[in-house]
Write a protein that binds this ligand. Sequence first.
Ligand code: PA5
Length: 410
Amino acid sequence: MNRTITVDYEMNADILRGADGYAAEAELHYAALLSREMPYTGWVEYASRLTEAELTAVESLATEIRGKCTVFVVIGIGGSYLGAKAATEFIGGGISGSPRIVFAGFNLSGTYHKRLLAEIKDEEICLCNISKSGGTVEPSIAFLALRELLTEKYGETEANKRTYAITDAENGALRREVTDRGYGSLVIPGDVGGRYSVLTPVGLLPMAVAGIDIRQVLEGAKAAASAELTNAAKRLACVRRSLQDSGKTVEVIGYFEPCMASFNEWILQLYGESEGKDGKGMLPVSVGLSRDLHSLGQFFQEGNQIFCETLIDITEMPEDIVVGADGGFYAGKHMRSLNAAVRTGMIRAHRSIDVPIVAMKVSDTSAYCFGLLVYFFELTCGVTGLLMGVNPFNQPGVEAYKAEMMSALK
Ligand code: PA5
């Protein structure tokens, strides 16, 4: 089977004609990304530039961690945890087993962290603090609480052996702590921003600890750099740009399999933080289907038509159920076929009122397809942002709340 991504456009011809008008400019932006002259474009060819030695270093560290713990706590926020979370939930329809991967440091909830500490205290624990800057408040606070548990449980020396970090090669408080305490560590490449870092050690180490074949993830990413898929990503970027011209200010991104929920969260960060600038961009909203057709479905059908939709379907899922003999009309049908009918029904109902729809399919939930999806969306996002005239690789707007938070604490 050819594992790939397909994209169909169910929308009026004028939006697609508008997209045609951006095609030449998209090629120029794509060439600029490949040239790597723009800051923070190290992700563009990262998978093919990664050396065997670098890959083996990630795998060796993962093997060491797998041998030591039953729970691996990944501490990070934004781009420093969402990709890994998305991978562990998507691949194989969800990874379970030992070590269990849990996440911390993406909120400042005392209740969340107190309960996490209680839940894991009797397990064999390893921690991994992931932060490019090495000083972000949420993961720093969570790390302190988790380190306290670790030193109480194992003593300082063993706690240091069970603490890992992924951060900048030289700068930041976390790198200094790595040097002082001898934590095992990997490097976040300086030319890759947080939300584009899932295919670097940031995402690869937690994936490898979870038992995911990271070589397959990287093979998928390399395949997404093929002419066929980069053309598809550029086309999608042009369509998303044209949708904005047509007045759409919200992009509803829907998934039909729950294993995609965190992947959608990752897309929200990627699109929202990269494109929402200078008063521009479409607000990305994630919907789980068919669940949200029983709530937001009313708005979609009869509310303010400010939105377009991107629907992401998975062709082959690992498991299925057949409806039992008591199921009446539904008896003998596969749940998968009912889920497919939801998708068809949603597209027909929303097209009847002219909602523009991008209908995507990815082949399956393999590690390879995860790599395909990540690179495809990163490229789509980068080119869309450049077509909009914004810098898709910075995030100056996220500083405002931090400054206000600090003054609220004084
Ligand atoms: O995309 C980004 O740059 C951000 O979302 C960061 O990933 C996030 O703020 C976490 O930053 P750091 O890794 O420095 O702790």
